[in-house]
Structure formats: C-alpha cells, structure tokens
Design a protein around this ligand. Structure first.
Ligand code: SDX
Length: 425
C-alpha cells in the first residue's frame, strides 16, 4: 500500500500519492493539485519543491553524501578521470577501456571550432568577463550547428555530446586568450583532454610548452568534483531552457549565465577576492566574520553555506586536501591559504555559522588551487563551467529523453485589480 498525503481545504479532504526514490527520499506528487482544488503551492527558490525525478546524481545534504550514478564522489575523484566520469554521467555506466578511448577519439572529431567564431570573439573588449564571452560563444555555436539534435536518435545524440564536449573546452580557453591579447590556440588531437586545456590556455607560439603532470592530475580531479550536482541553479536553468526544445548549445549557454552569479558558481572568484581583501587588510578574519553576521551589512562569507548541504560539502573536503598537496608539491607558499584555514576554523566554531549549518562549500578552496595552478581569478568560474559541462549535458539529455513537459511555474498575483484606462494628468 503506497503512502499518501491528505490536504484538507475548507473542510474537504484531498489525497495525494507520496512517491519514494531509490534512496528513500519521499515527495508528495501534486500533479493534480490545481485540477482538484483550484489551489497551487508557493515555494520561492524551490527550497521544498522537486522539479523532476532523475537517475544521475544523488546527494544527501545532512550526511554530506554525493554520488554520480551510484558511485561515491570520493571513489570517482580517486579512481576515475574526468572523461570517464563524463561518460558515466551522460550515458549511465562507466565506460570500458575501449569505450573510453572511442569517446575521447570521437570528441577529437569536433575540436576544430569554425574560424568565423573568431570574428565573434573579436567583437568583445579585452576587459569583458570571460563568463559573459563564454555564454555568447556557446550560443553562437548554434549558428554553425543549426540542426537541432533528434534526442531519440542515439547516434545523433552521441555526436551532439561529443561536439559539445569538444568545442566548449576550446571556446572556454579562448575567453582567456582574448583577455590577454594572445593568439587563439587549437586543440591538439594527439594529447589528452585536460592536457589540452592547459595547452589551449597557456601555450604561446614563441616558445615550447609542456604542462606539468601534477597540474593536469589536480585539474582532472577538480573537474570531476564539479561535474554534476543534481538540480542546482544552473542545471535547473539548462533543463528549463531545454524543456522548450531549445537546442543543447542554447541551453548550455543559459546554464553558463546562471552559473556566473556570485551566489552560485561565481562564488569561487568571490572567495579569492574576499580572501585577498582580508589579507590586504591585515588578515583580520574576526572583523570579516563580524561583517558576515551583521544583518545591516550585505557582506556574506563567500564559499560558506549551501542550499542543500547542512553539513560538510564532501567536495570541499577533497579539495581542501588537494589544495594542501598541490601547493606543497608545487612549492607554493600562499598566505591566502593560511587566511582561508584561519577563517574556516573561526567560522566553524562560531555560533552564528553553527546554528545555521554554514560550512565551507565546493567554492571555498577551489580558487586557492586554481591560483596555484596559474589560472587567473576571473577564469575561476569558467573552470567551474568546464567541469559542470558533462552534468549539464547529462541532465538535458535525461529531461528530453523523459519527454518532460515545458517548464512553466504558476504564481500568486498580488498586483492591482482591474482598473479603467485613464492617462495620468
Ligand atoms: C554553489 O545548489 C548547488 O548545488 C550549488 C553548487 C553546485 O555544485 O552547483 O553546490 C555550487 O553554488 C555553492 C554555493 C556557492 N555560493 C556561495 O558560497 C555564496 C555564499 N553562500 C550564500 O550566499 C548561501 O549560503 C547560499 C546562496 C549558497 C545558500 O543560501 P540559502 O540556502 O538560500 O540560505 P539563506 O540565504 O536562506 O541563508 C540562511 C541563513 C540566513 O540568515 P538568517 O536570515 O537565518 O539570519 O544563513 C545566512 C543567511 O543570512 N547565510 C549566510 C551565508 N549563507 C547563508 N550568512 C553569512 N555568510 C554566508 N555565506
């Protein structure tokens, strides 16, 4: 006998089924609520509302659990690589060695970006934020790939996946090259995906370049940690835009814009700017904690708090450990890391943060590693987008394969009642 929920309105009782997920999460299925009662729910920020069922990622905010297709983030970060994890998220199973090699080779078929895209990027000032350029270039890819993918055609969908994985990485690095006035690089199909990221970013035509294996390994792990996170703001945006049957590039472009916000992916850049400010002002972390707690001060402790995690973000734990290892291996002594650790200890002991379950999230330490790897601060959120790309693709693909209806929330109107049209005197 399946469980139900009863809602009583004006003395009349209505029963709604309770559905249960594979990890025992439960939801009241209110698909017929308005039809039966004429009433809707209201839930700003969707803090209590599920938008879909999904088989891709499971997280438990209370227990600090994160799994992609059932595999723990700890196992994947330690034992898999980024393309392997991307394949898992998108197609549902870990690839065999042959499948992984084929996937990487099929991505290589699409790593050449149409040369006319260069005239689009040339339209931007060097000072343009890389996330704004990336959103525009991603949408512009539609101009060169106008045929929208038939998601029911496995071959077409697979090609669209490989095309997106191939081209997005290149144009993401072009945003940096543009800001530096450097020539735009091409993907080298003889090298790996993450090694190509480093070459695309930093290789100059005037001298030989060899990316450090330590940096490649650290970045690969960081991309895995960012690869998906169920229905976060940018992923929900990708699903929403895709639900109108807009194309994959257009949907990903919308996701890039949503991720840019400082409350979401833009937080990794904001964390570094905050830590640098604290450092410049003498390292007085207590003063900044006081600002974060002051309701009259808009300042928030960036990299702290999370809509879902009300205990440690498991990714933050892994990144913190990696930050120590990478900086030690590279011999980088970054005083910002010491500020971050001091801030973390102080916040975790502070009643305001403890009572609100505010812990370091994925963005708190990632910027410290990126900085040690030579990534410029305003590229940090682009790094997040590169990592999140397979998750966006997987979620978009699942939404379309499930033939989900176009997203169209309702509202409660609180504006003016009907009034006659009179021009103001
Ligand atoms: C990401 O959703 C995802 O999965 C996102 C992400 C992913 O992988 O896709 O995990 C990536 O976006 C991580 C979050 C990065 N953002 C930041 O680090 C920005 C700083 N954090 C906050 O802005 C905030 O914590 C949010 C936006 C992340 C979550 O906010 P919520 O869930 O809407 O919580 P809230 O704003 O209602 O805050 C609850 C209370 C409030 O105080 P009271 O009104 O109860 O007195 O906690 C306070 C808030 O003022 N609070 C903070 C705080 N975060 C929440 N106070 C100071 N500093 C903070 N960082």
């Amino acid at each position: 006998m399946s469980k139900t929920a009863t809602i009583e309105i004006d003395g009349k009782k209505y029963e709604f089924p309770i559905i249960e997920g594979s990890e025992n999460e439960e939801a009241i299925d209110i698909k017929k609520l308005r039809e039966l009662t004429g009433i809707i729910t209201l839930d700003p920020g969707y803090k209590n509302s599920g938008s879909c069922t999904s088989k891709i990622t499971f997280l438990d905010g209370e227990l600090g659990i994160l799994r992609y297709r059932g595999y723990s983030i700890e196992d994947l970060a330690e034992k898999a690589d980024f393309l392997e994890t991307s394949y898992l998220l998108i197609f549902g199973e870990l690839p065999t060695a042959d499948q992984l090699e084929q996937f990487e080779n099929d991505i290589r078929k699409y790593t050449l970006v149409n040369e006319e895209m260069k005239s689009i990027i040339d339209g931007f000032p060097k000072t343009a934020h890389p996330m704004g350029v990336l959103a525009a270039l991603t949408s512009a890819l539609t101009a060169f790939n106008p045929k929208s993918v038939n998601v029911d055609n496995e071959k077409e969908m697979y090609q669209a996946v490989c095309k997106t994985m191939g081209k997005f990485l290149v144009i993401a690095t072009w945003t940096y090259r543009k800001s530096m006035g450097f020539p735009l690089n091409y993907y080298d199909n003889t090298k790996g995906y993450v090694e190509n990221f480093m070459e695309l970013m930093f290789k100059l035509p005037t001298e030989p370049y060899k990316a450090s294996p330590i940096i490649i390994e650290a970045l690969d792990k960081l991309f895995i940690l960012h690869a998906d996170h169920e229905q976060n703001c940018s992923t929900s945006t990708v699903r929403m835009v895709g639900s109108s049957h807009a194309g994959l590039f257009a949907s990903i472009s919308a996701g890039v814009s949503a991720l840019w916000g400082p409350l979401h992916g833009g937080a990794n850049q904001a964390v570094l700017e905050m830590l640098e400010e604290i450092y410049k002002n003498g390292g007085d972390t207590d003063a900044y904690l006081a600002k974060a707690k002051d309701k009259n001060d808009p300042f928030r402790l960036m990299g702290f708090g999370h809509r879902v995690y009300k205990s440690f973000d498991p990714r933050a734990q892994i990144i913190k450990k990696a930050a120590n290892e990478v900086l030690a291996t590279l011999g980088v002594d970054d005083p910002i890391l010491a500020i971050a650790k001091k801030l973390e200890v102080a916040a975790l002991e502070d009643e305001y943060f403890k009572s609100r379950n505010l812990y370091p999230n994925v963005d708190f330490y990632s910027g410290i590693i990126y900085r040690a790897l030579g990534i410029p601060t305003d590229m940090f959120t682009v790094m997040f987008a590169i990592g999140r790309l397979p998750g966006w693709i997987a979620q978009w693909k699942e939404m379309r394969e499930n033939k989900e209806p176009i997203g169209r929330p309702r509202q409660i109107y609180t504006g003016a009642a009907l009034r006659d049209f009179k021009k103001p005197q």
